[in-house]
Design a protein around this ligand. Structure first.
Ligand code: ADP
Ligand code: MG
Length: 684
């Protein structure tokens, strides 16, 4: 059914490679490469009514000759266009072929962005249509796909049209009664209409069906996996050890009640007759790391190795250092930790691999991929993932040593309302740390406009003088054409001119080399760098308790859950901490969302409110970061569909536990292929 892309007209080796870059290998992948947004082609407007910043169409005649200028290395083609209401200059970049089209006196529809150049409005790089051609697409929604350099939207559209034309019908795999019960569109219709909807209603109907499918397949898959994990018995139950009691006793703080409870749950799991598959959800700063360390120590003292996986190198290093200090402070002789990350040299890696294989290293901390590749464990008993949200059966199988699969503990700070967590983590037992250390002062928040910056800077200066540190978050790494948002590089320069010279300011972002990032993070952790201007690379897990100010520029560009994670970088020590959300626009919607953060520091409350604020119409709004990334569905925006899909999954499984009945044959096929490909993409 599915063909290689090469078999399509217009796809050569080069194009094929480009598609591979965005994960498209065959026509099936292509069909499920959904638009990231849609352009709507509305009635042309009058030139006098054009508003700066909008994208608009005008029907106008060319009333001037064609001028061609060179600006830097751009060739700019300009004409003046006019309708009965007025005139406007229209400019294109690097499109010399337009010169012959734009004959004086001819009428076109121009559709593009209205910008202000040297004080007057101009139509920038519009698409050009004959009035008849525009009439044809009027009111339609045209798909916009995410591209990669060298691949045009036009080409993707053309190829998808080609595939849909050759094979307009797709096998329905949902039982009829389910489709009726949940008012779902046909699969074939949905696949067609998600790319080329005739109107908004069609788009919404198609999208709802596909989102439902995504969720349903996901839920069915984890339910099937769950059965597998439940069968997995714990061949060698562990015993509680004295060392963990001592560690808890000697910590410079007392575990919160919630931490103690969760620790006991973990301890019980490790000693039980079934393998542990547990999710620990705890708000930022609730103290998850120490629980991970305790579990690892217990595992080691029972004679097994344990591994801790994290998504970033910065975090891996931090955990490693933290474990080393714990080991030193408390004289924990039994554990021999190693760190494995991308910047570990080849030579070091070989040595570490050998130590792991020989069982000479027993606490292995590192980034995800590294722990899976090439590492042969002697006897891995426990895998913990921090901030990864998911850990699949496949990964567990990959780590199985001597025929024994390890226990799995997943730690996440992403607060998902319980009703959704039960659905999404159906295969895991859930523990919640619902208490912050009592010594913590609640973070003080404010939402302000950019005019507040000078005050914010002098506040930061004051905090630095008191010995504290600050984070400033910018949405972008460097300046980018057309995007009005603060960027780390320019901001750092600017700030160096504003704050006194003896305050050490440094930039941090994901495009830096790992070595450089590590160095900066270490200098920040040790207090040498006082103000860190960073992208969201510090979002997860980073722990510098001495930092007390978090200032987020362009706060409107982040999702609420993400802002909450960012804020979680402060308020981790005993000093009063502050969070400044800098709102770069004046949209009321944004103010309302930010107000939620302003009012509360409770991640679960925030997630719940976020859910209420978002309507089903919010299709392409800000996605929550870090959470399971479905192609179309968003667990927050589409929470209602998620619940319906969960209900439907329950119904299917109650009839057909392992999805083997003949009426589910097509569904089963779909599910199997989903489990093979998509779950892997979701990190399962
Ligand atoms: P998270 O849950 O966000 O991963 P961490 O485990 O990094 O949080 O803990 C944040 C900070 O709180 C660390 O500096 C840690 O030492 C400290 N901490 C952990 N538990 C407690 C506690 N019960 N009382 C006081 N401080 C604690
Ligand atoms: Mg953490």
């Amino acid at each position: 059914m599915s063909k290689q892309l090469r078999e399509l007209k217009g796809v050569g080796e080069k194009t094929e490679k480009l598609f591979q870059k965005i994960g498209i290998v065959d026509t099936e992948d292509l069909l499920h490469y959904y638009p990231r947004n849609y352009d709507s082609y509305d009635e042309p407007m009058e030139i006098s009514g054009l508003a700066e910043g909008s994208v608009a169409a005008v029907q106008a005649s060319v009333v001037s000759g064609v001028y061609v200028n060179k600006v830097r290395n751009l060739q700019v083609v300009t004409v003046t266009a006019a309708d009965h209401s007025g005139k406007i200059p229209v400019a294109w970049f690097n499109t010399p072929y337009l010169r012959s089209t734009l004959k004086k006196g001819s009428i076109f529809v121009f559709r593009g962005r209205v910008v202000r150049k040297q004080g007057r409005l101009e139509l920038e790089h519009p698409e050009v249509f004959t009035p008849a051609a525009y009439e044809e697409i009027l009111h339609s929604l045209q798909p916009i796909y995410s591209l990669t350099a060298g691949l045009s939207n036009k080409l993707i559209v053309k190829l998808i049209r080609q595939v849909l034309k050759e094979q307009p019908l797709y096998n329905e795999y949902l039982p009829e009664e389910l489709k009726e019960k949940y008012h779902l569109a046909d699969y074939s219709f949905a696949v067609n209409a998600i790319h080329f909807p005739l109107n908004m209603e069609e788009l919404l109907t198609a999208r709802r069906r596909l989102v439902f499918d995504e969720f349903l397949l996901f839920i069915l898959a984890i339910q099937l996996l769950k059965e597998k994990t439940e069968e997995a018995s714990n061949a060698f139950p562990m015993r509680p050890v004295w060392t963990t009691e001592q560690i808890i006793e000697k910590l410079p703080y007392k575990l919160t009640g919630a931490q103690a409870n969760v620790w006991h749950e973990i301890e019980r799991d490790l000693c039980g007759h079934r393998l542990m598959s547990r999710l620990v959800q705890g708000d930022v700063g609730s103290g998850k790391t120490i629980l991970a360390f305790l579990a690892m120590v217990m595992t080691v003292e029972n004679g097994y190795q344990s591994a801790l996986m994290v998504p970033t190198e910065v975090l891996a290093r931090q955990h490693y250092e933290a474990f080393l200090s714990l080991k030193e402070e408390q004289g924990i002789e039994s554990c021999r930790p190693v760190l494995l990350t991308g910047s570990t040299t080849a030579k070091e890696k070989r040595e570490i691999y050998a130590a792991i294989a020989a069982g000479e290293a027993d606490i292995i901390i590192g980034t995800h991929a590294l722990i899976q590749e090439k590492v042969v464990y002697r006897n891995l008993g426990l895998v913990i993932t921090d901030e990864q949200h998911r850990f699949g059966v496949k990964q567990r199988e990959a780590l199985t040593t001597r025929g024994n699969p390890p226990h799995v503990l997943v730690m996440s700070a992403t607060p998902i309302p319980r009703t959704l967590a039960i659905i999404l983590y159906g295969d895991l037992d859930i523990s919640i740390i619902d208490e912050l250390p009592a010594t913590r002062l609640p973070i003080k928040n404010c939402v302000v406009g950019t005019s507040y910056r000078p005050k914010a800077y002098s506040f930061i200066e004051k905090q630095v003088r008191e010995g504290r540190q600050a984070y400033i978050i910018c949405p972008m790494v460097e300046e980018s054409e057309g995007l009005e948002a603060e960027n780390v590089l320019d901001y750092t320069q600017k700030l160096r001119n504003i704050l006194p010279a003896d305050i050490h300011i440094a930039p941090l972002h994901g495009k830096m080399k790992a070595k450089e990032k590590n160095k900066i993070m270490e200098e920040f952790a040790s207090g040498e760098i006082q103000v860190l201007v960073s992208t969201t690379v510090v979002e997860v897990g980073v722990n510098v308790p001495n930092a007390t100010v978090m200032m987020v520029e362009n706060a409107e560009r982040f999702g609420l859950a993400q802002l909450h994670q960012l804020r979680g970088r402060v308020g981790r020590g005993n000093h009063q901490s502050y969070c400044i959300f800098m709102q770069g626009n004046q949209v009321e919607e944004t103010s309302k969302r930010l107000e939620i953060l302003n009012k509360s520091n409770d991640g679960f409350y925030i997630a719940g409110e976020d859910l209420k604020l978002r309507g089903p119409g919010d299709l392409f709004g800000i996605r929550q970061s870090g959470l399971l990334e479905f192609k179309l569905g968003d667990i927050y925006n589409d929470a209602d569909v998620l619940k319906k899909a969960s209900e439907a999954a329950g119904q299917i499984l109650s009839l057909d536990e392992d999805i083997s009945l003949p009426q589910h044959a097509v569904l089963r096929e779909k599910l199997m292929s989903y489990m093979k490909d998509d779950l892997e993409n979701l990190g399962l």
